[in-house]
Design a binder for this molecule. Structure first.
Ligand code: FO1
Length: 310
């Protein structure tokens, strides 16, 4: 094992795929946000693990970024006809994954074990690790009161005004043991261009995880999810404005200060290079094509090498 990628959501999975195209399964592991997980329709849903797994397995729905390609929706249609809850859309084939995971968890498997089994069935050999096997649930504090993450994100389409975040259960959670076991051979950490507040912060909120990553001594490099003052994807910039901080890549550097050793800025933010008080590198970071993902992944690995002094 040599590199770890911290990821959550669609932007993270895009860079994750770029890294996976360059590095062998033995040289790359993923630490995934599980703050978005929830129990829904009797199933344990782990959206960020699923998005990464489907993306790496080449079976993701590239139009939505989440769920499976060539999906059918008969269960949802039937549920709707019966007056059931359909705001969170579970495709027929996707349901099979959630069902299998839920059964394994009920039988006593950890989330790490269940994920390993499921990703192997989909042909993946990469270590896809939940940040913790213990439940951590992101709560979004809003002007309308606290909302469970998926209620904020999917049901209410990120409309409520954000006032803060809480990671319920984090204080009692432990880092995924398989992650801790990989740290002695870790040569570099890539913080994917995921939402810092609701994808990366929940990971870093697991007690001991941030300290352990820092203590392993490998350079930690983040890719800014803010480009030219806007989010590449999702509500990051909107959240920053609502929290009263500038929606800029400079603020991303501020957010991660003390944790990261370097930040990749998009060419649109080249003017910030050399001004942030930490090493920066300018790269095209909007990943439209597979080639873009591979190029950005290669740049992140190069940057790590540079910071290691080689
Ligand atoms: N996102 C949506 O915007 N609408 C959905 O109906 C939806 C369903 C869904 C089902 C399974 C799954 O693994 C993910 C799903 N997502 C859906 C994505 C998801 O909840 C968010 O993108 C993440 O939690 C944010 O990273």
């Amino acid at each position: 094992m040599a590199f770890l990628a911290l990821t959550g959501g669609i932007g993270g999975a895009k860079l994750g795929l770029g890294l996976a195209r360059i590095l062998d399964p033995g040289a790359l592991g993923f630490v995934v946000n599980t703050g978005d997980d929830f129990e829904h329709l009797g199933l344990h849903i782990s959206p960020d693990m699923d998005t990464l797994t489907y993306t790496l397995a080449g079976i993701s729905n590239t139009a939505t970024g989440w769920g499976r390609r060539d999906e059918t929706w008969r269960f949802m249609a039937a549920l709707e006809a019966l007056g059931g809850e359909t705001w969170f859309r579970l495709g027929d084939a996707d349901m099979a994954l959630h069902h299998s995971r839920t059964e394994m968890l009920k039988a006593g498997a950890s989330l790490t074990e269940a994920t390993r089994t499921l990703s192997a069935k989909l042909g993946l050999a990469y270590a896809i690790l939940p940040m913790s096997d213990d439940p951590v649930r992101t709560l979004v504090h809003t002007a309308d009161g606290p909302l469970a993450f998926q209620h904020y994100f999917v049901r209410d389409r990120c409309r409520p005004q954000v006032t803060g975040f809480e990671f319920a259960g984090a204080e009692a959670a432990s880092p995924c043991p398989d992650l801790l076991a990989l740290l002695p051979v870790c040569e570099g950490v890539v913080v994917c261009p995921s939402n810092p507040f609701v994808s990366i912060d929940p990971i870093l909120a697991v007690p001991g995880l941030k300290t352990a990553l820092k203590a392993c001594g490998a350079p930690i490099v983040a890719v800014s999810p803010i480009v030219g003052g806007a989010s590449i994807k999702g509500p990051t910039a909107k959240m920053m404005r609502e929290l009263g901080v500038p929606s800029t890549a400079a603020q991303v550097a501020e957010h991660y200060r003390g944790f990261i050793d370097g930040l990749i800025l998009d060419a649109q933010d080249a003017g910030l290079h050399g001004t942030l008080g930490l090493p920066t590198r300018v790269e095209p970071s909007v990943m439209a094509s597979l080639a873009d993902r591979e190029r950005l992944a290669g740049a992140a690995l190069d940057f790590i090498k540079e910071l290691r002094g080689g």
